[in-house]
Design a protein around this ligand. Structure first.
Ligand code: PLP
Length: 371
């Protein structure tokens, strides 16, 4: 049976595993499968592989190797960062991913104070509101680096400065940004950062939390002493290796990839504009490459998604975790998209594996459906 041809334009949900990443992982699945905690020499390869991966990942984000803690995904990294403060208050934003929002909600049920900064119509945090509302109860500020639905990049350095001026630790959920734009945690003043490998052509089920030296977090998993006592559990060696190779490869080509993907975006928008369809593009001009959130007037986003699916095109409405939910997403509500457009919102997220022909096909398919 021939594989059905698919145009995959949902790279913000997950990305295709890079073949070099797969090749780097294979020996640690089939040959060097030892438990890296064991003292015998057979474990040397896996132990060294973890050490090198930690070093390489740290280098890619301007951190020190001892500041990288491997986790199972972005969600786990976010949970660890948010739930680490015990009873202390948290400031976050209303457009965060549910990994942050639901972690905050569960803390609120225990009596922890959480404040949610509003955003403007392009999804930028209201910095004045944030600074005005930081009180001595708040000890952690957590603002996402780039939004998963509309792509807006936040002024991270400024936000970190505000957090520090108010004696807060600054965490950023950078799951959509790592591997796609240059990040230097030390230069940007970031104290904690969450990342996930499957968003940058690495394997699923592996991520990391960067924790700046001096920031003390209670252990997330109790058990053995892995990850310097912070996150117990036998390390996922193949995936750790894969994540490091994927991040290194993306960072080595970051500008090249960005230019290519921005070229695809431009082509796509240009094509759509030529088709006489009434739509708006959401998010600020400072977006992560490839994130194209569009709201089509008088349409239904779910209907668009399913009709595109019938044509072999994968896009998303809202975030992947929201795709069962037919209501207008919290992000689209937060940026106040007017209702006649808001219901017709879809996210097309392009990546390095997409082609110009594909984006032209997506635009023309949209035209056919809408008309
Ligand atoms: N944070 C953001 C901004 C995301 O986009 C996602 C995934 O879509 C996550 C966190 C969760 O990451 P993971 O799928 O690795 O748990």
């Amino acid at each position: 049976m021939e594989a059905r041809e698919v145009i995959y334009a949902d790279n913000a949900a997950t990305t295709k595993l890079d073949i070099d990443v797969f090749d780097a992982m294979k020996p640690f699945l089939l040959e060097d499968y030892s438990n890296p905690s064991q003292p015998y020499s057979f474990s040397r390869e896996s132990k060294n592989a973890i050490k090198n991966a930690r070093k390489s990942i740290a280098f890619c984000i301007g951190a020190d190797p001892e500041e990288i803690y491997f986790t199972s995904c972005g969600t786990e990294s976010d949970n660890w960062a948010i739930k680490s403060g015990g009873e202390s208050g948290i400031a976050t934003s209303i457009i965060e991913h549910h990994a942050i929002l639901n972690s905050c909600k569960s803390l609120e049920k225990k009596g922890v104070k959480v404040i949610y900064a509003p955003v403007n119509s392009v999804g930028e945090i209201d910095i004045t509101w944030l600074e005005k509302n930081l009180s001595s109860e708040i000890k952690l500020v957590s603002i996402m680096f780039a939004n998963n639905e509309i792509g807006t990049i936040q002024p991270i350095e400024e936000l970190a400065k505000i957090a520090h001026r108010n004696n807060c630790v600054f965490h950023t959920d950078a799951v959509q940004a790592v591997g796609h734009i240059n990040i230097n945690v030390h230069e940007m003043g970031i104290d904690m950062l969450s990342a996930s490998a499957h968003k940058f052509n690495g394997p699923k089920g592996i991520g990391f939390l960067y924790i700046k030296k001096g920031v003390i977090l209670p252990a997330f998993f109790d058990g053995g002493g892995q990850e310097r006592g912070g996150r117990a559990g036998t390390e996922n060696v193949p995936s750790i290796v894969g994540m490091a190779v994927a991040l290194q490869k993306n960072c080595d080509h970051i500008k090249q990839n960005e230019n290519y993907i921005r070229g695809l975006e431009e082509k796509f928008i240009h094509e759509l504009q030529g088709l006489n369809i009434d739509f708006i593009r959401n998010g600020s001009n400072n977006r992560i490459p490839g994130n194209v959130s569009l709201s089509f007037r008088g349409c239904n986003g779910e209907m668009l998604l399913h009709r595109l699916d019938l044509m072999g095109i994968c896009v998303s409405t809202g975030s992947a975790c929201d795709s069962e939910n037919i209501q207008i997403s919290h992000v689209i509500q937060a940026i106040n998209v007017s209702p006649e457009y808001a219901h017709g919102t879809i996210r097309i997220s392009l990546g390095i594996n997409n082609t110009e022909n594909e984006v032209i096909k997506i635009a023309r398919s949209l035209k056919r459906i809408i008309n």
